[in-house]
Design a protein around this ligand. Structure first.
Ligand code: ZN
Length: 397
């Protein structure tokens, strides 16, 4: 029976820090957490953290790639590369996120997610699948390739969504496209989670989508309608869009790309103030250029995605005129929220751990330092840089 005892840790709990804490791991699970004496240490490995932070491993709901690979490259090797890359940044669980692509590429993406589900990936564990792309509104596609977008119907949904409920599945939908209501009302009762994203819907259309069963909105402020955009099609009265509806509806959780490049600190603070740290997750929206030099990259599948470039710590379209996803890990997002936006550390880390775990419906297994949960852990130094990472009690970084 493998036992590991972390001592002299600053434990990061969902609501507070505990100095000089002890955490005991037995096999793959957390056995105990607290300031108390760990008991007999014979036959246990004792790791003295000397005051460093011990936090739950990060959970990324929205990630496309890293270290030169993209989940749309279509091979298990690409998935392993991305998962190893994000583990170095403290992420222990993630949902691979697709990009706009050909139908056969989506099918391959879903099949590999299912094949590597639950610890069969190297590095960060794959805990679901985020199907992102086929059901966007084309005018809101952002940096995604301009392939054929799908109108949901029984033919194209069945092979993509049949893996639910054996695999946690998240599907992004623009509520204004045809058959959106049919899609959500048909599959939400089967366990599929629906996000609003890449949408120019009105406030009223988002309100309807909440009634259908949509509960989350992708990257707040990005690739979504707001009052100003909707005024281009109707002078008065001014209407709210996806942005205003996301801030308004308590039923909706959301996420921010907290790389410090997509959103200025005041927008991060606004999102946190209105939604609170239980309804706002931090995501990377990272593409393959994480831990790679500045230069040109494919966003999406190698050779058939969209040409983008990494520059100044962010992804940009090839001509540099628009944002095109993130290039940083989730550790950087935590630092941005705490150091730049001024959010207290337990909340900044909760938005990268327990909150996304809850959004995925997996908070009983992951997301906090709690007896019985998986021993997914990250050790951070005083400047919040990753020192070591454990997945299911095994050291991976
Ligand atoms: Zn994305």
């Amino acid at each position: 029976m493998k036992k590991t005892i972390f001592t002299h840790a600053t434990l990061v709990l969902p609501d507070r820090l505990v100095r000089d804490g002890t955490l005991v791991v037995v096999e793959e699970r957390i056995r105990s957490v607290g300031p108390s004496d760990p008991g007999p240490t014979a036959a246990a490995e004792v790791i003295d953290l000397q005051g460093q932070y011990l936090a739950p491993g990060f959970v990324d709901l929205h990630v496309h790639g890293g270290d030169g690979a993209d989940f749309m490259d279509g091979t298990p090797e690409a998935f392993h590369t991305v998962c190893r890359c994000h583990a170095r940044h403290g992420t222990t669980s993630l949902t691979p996120t697709s990009t706009v692509a050909r139908y056969d590429q989506y099918v391959q993406f879903v099949n590999i997610c299912q094949y590597l589900l639950e610890g069969k990936s190297e590095g960060a564990r794959i805990v679901g699948c985020h199907l992102y792309g086929p059901y966007f509104a084309r005018p809101a596609r952002g940096c995604h390739p301009d392939h054929d977008f799908l109108i949901p119907d029984a033919d194209n949904t069945e092979s993509l969504l049949r893996s639910a409920p054996s695999m946690p599945l998240v599907v992004t939908i623009a509520p204004e496209i045809a058959n959106a209501e049919w899609l959500v009302r048909t599959y939400a009762p089967r366990g599929v989670r629906f996000n609003v994203g890449h949408s120019h819907a009105t406030f009223a259309q988002v309100e309807a989508a909440v009634q259908w069963g949509v509960r989350h909105v992708d990257h707040l402020f990005c690739a979504m309608s707001d009052r100003a955009r909707l005024r281009q099609s109707q002078t008065y009265p001014m209407r709210g869009g996806v942005m205003e509806a996301t801030l308004y509806f308590e039923e909706l959780t959301t996420e921010v790309i907290a790389d410090g490049k997509h959103l200025a600190p005041e927008l991060l603070r606004l999102a946190h103030k209105v939604k609170g740290s239980d309804r706002l997750a931090l995501v990377t929206d990272a593409m393959r250029a994480v831990d790679q030099p500045d230069g040109q990259y494919w966003f999406g599948a190698q050779g058939s995605g969209q040409r983008v470039r990494k520059q100044d710590g962010v992804g940009l379209t090839a001509d540099g005129s628009a944002l095109a996803s993130g290039v940083m890990g989730l550790d950087h997002a935590v630092r941005t929220m705490h150091h730049t936006a001024g959010i207290p550390l337990p909340e900044a880390i909760r938005m990268a751990t327990l909150t996304p775990a809850r959004i995925l419906g997996q908070a009983s297994e992951i997301g906090s330092l709690e007896a019985g949960k998986r021993a997914d852990l990250v050790v951070l130094n005083q400047t919040l840089n990753v020192q070591s990472v454990y997945i299911g009690g095994a050291k991976v970084v």
